[in-house]
Ligand binder design. Sequence first.
Ligand SMILES: [Zn+2]
Ligand SMILES: [Zn+2]
Length: 180
Amino acid sequence: MNIPKFKYHPDPIKTGSIVPSDEICICCGQKSGYLYFGPVYTEADIEEQICPNCISNGLAHSKYKAEFTDIAAVGDYGHWDDVSESIKEEISYRTPSFMGWQQERWWTHCNDAGIFLGRAGFEEIKEYGNQLIEELKNECDINDVDWEEYFKALSIDDSPTAYVFQCIHCKKLGGYSDSH
Ligand SMILES: [Zn+2]
Ligand SMILES: [Zn+2]
């Protein structure tokens, strides 16, 4: 079974946002073999009951006014690169988000949304290399000594965690980290 292609979240199974499931999607009534496990902003009780197809084709948004990422958090409320309304809508309405400790933010660069690569801890970030380390450090706004301690504490599945994105255009890595 295949899942639809998401431009800004290329491997949602790997990131854990889409998981195999035998359950029926509450939105389309179909069994797609997968369900979305991530934040949903809507008044309807549809968490963990939406299939990837209904995210991709916009049905979950049109039926429940669901947002998967707060639309104003695309670009971090104006803190990162500005992107068009249509890109914000694609992220918020038609792209699986991810589980953060705090309100999820979607990194932007070169006036476009970045692609979400996944959560990362100390080991994973070292693999990505120095450019990402610099970026995450700048995003934290802490001194070098505190950073060393914080960096070592970063964990892929425990707090604090980093969220890694890549620019579609210049390939730069970026993102942010948070904790509970
Ligand atoms: Zn569905
Ligand atoms: Zn860029």
